[in-house]
Design a binder for this molecule. Sequence first.
Ligand code: ATP
Ligand code: MG
Length: 576
Amino acid sequence: MSDRDEKSLGQETADSLPVNFIQTIITEDLKSGKNNGRVHTRFPPEPNGYLHIGHAKSICLNFGLAAANGGICNLRFDDTNPSKEEIEYVESIQDNVRWLGFDWEDRLYYASDYFDQLFEFACQLINKGQAYVCDLSAEEIREYRGTLTEPGKESPYRNRSIEENLDLFMRMKNGEFPDGARVLRAKIDMASPNLNMRDPVLYRIQHAHHHRTGDKWCIYPMYDYAHPLSDALESITHSVCTLEFADHRPLYDWCIEQVDYGKEIHGRPQQIEFARLNLTYTVMSKRKLRLLVEKGVVGGWDDPRMPTISGLRRRGYTPEAIRDFCDRIGVAKRNSTVDIALLEHCIREDLNRRASRVMAVLRPLKVVITNYPEDKVEWMTTENNIEQPEMGIREIPFAREIYIEQEDFMEDPPKKFFRLRPGGEVRLKSAYIIECQEVIKDDQGRIVELHCTYDPDSKSGGPNAGRRVKGTLHWVSAQHAIPAEVRLYDQLFLKENPDDEEEGKDFTSFLNPDSLEVLKDSLVEPSLADAAVESSYQFLRQGYFVVDPDSSSGKLVFNRIVGLRDSWAKIQNKQG
Ligand code: ATP
Ligand code: MG
């Protein structure tokens, strides 16, 4: 890293960066004419799982920086570990990036595209005396590496001749040795204060089928070797990664400097580290998320409780809300944890503008309006979104039998209960005022039905339209309502930081047993009859809901995205 970069990195305070500090670096690079004014980034996922919201931060950052600076961004799969990678993941990742609203155009790459070149570069390193085949076991290599306070010990194989190294490396490639028998290591410095520079492994033997290269290879390059060279081969200018790679930067630079590319390489990619996203009440590592899927704790990678992009999408999050969230959290150089309430705030804000407000009764209680004519149906006019008049109006049917929410009636309520009670009055949204006359119970004493009367003059336009009662309830007409299943979600974990594993307890012991509640007998207003999968609504007084793909099998299924109460706004107000 140059002096100038060091300085621009040092200027900001760690926590709240006014302009993101990577943009500051890019602005300076553009000013100084570095990279001939090119800005070329990449998003480099390993296809070993589905992407999560942390990846969304990296995607927004890489594609966003390119777009903001007239540059381009590649999508590159870091597919160097065949045993954990699958085509399903490759496909889901592309789908997720596209859905988030980003376009790699014709720049879809795979590290495996470079396996021949990477092998060739490794031979170059051997020929320059900068790499050697080492027969120590993985455990011995670890022992020899030393610690932060003790220098490492040189491998007894370190001074093999170039000829022997070339021969052994070729035989490794040809499959003559079993997994783990030998590795290729860089010959750098066993006394380096940076452990990553103590002769890091460049290649390992792995007799595994690769989803792209098949059985061509049985040696695979390590990430720390493949990644910088892939960046260089793609003429990446700014290689943005998370903080844990800061200590790897000298190795990143070393790899890039040592090889002869045999073609013109435009500039040298610069690695820049930023803080990864952590969210409260969730885990983010793909390994842990995979475990939840494999153990059947969730329904799959796209379970609406998962922090995966597919899960968030199914939960009803929009790309706009996720991008907004990524903008708001910013880019810092110190790790921190973001409150999940901020993510929820972002989707609420987005849907508050866009979603129609409709009526749905989640836990229905029948109400018969005894003085309303038996066969009559009135179509009441109601607004689609009271805050967005341009979203128009619609008509909803009113009839003698309706359903209200069970929790909107109490036989013996406390003082401040402004909903329905025996002898009490409420307004039905966009309809009449009703008064509760009688509570009907079954033989076990459970309330099954209410008998009410209505005030015929109380509807909009009537003489009593302005008559004030304390509560307004949502409702649906019994004969018109459409049955629906409603899935209510809560956090997957009870603990704010499930990664913080207490003695003997792993993250799965903090799972929330009540993270999903399924209501099978909900009712929604008839305008939702043909609601398309992924369309979202505000259910009045209940929250935001989205149509789940399971609806395609006939019965409407809704997922609750978030409730209406915005705990983030509350947090902000308290601090404000
Ligand atoms: P995980 O540990 O969840 O598997 P990873 O870093 O191994 O994550 P990759 O597929 O290698 O996953 O990551 C692709 C890119 O996304 C990398 O550049 C990585 O730095 C970035 N990334 C991964 N997790 C986060 C996160 N939580 N916040 C921001 N960026 C992330
Ligand atoms: Mg990884």
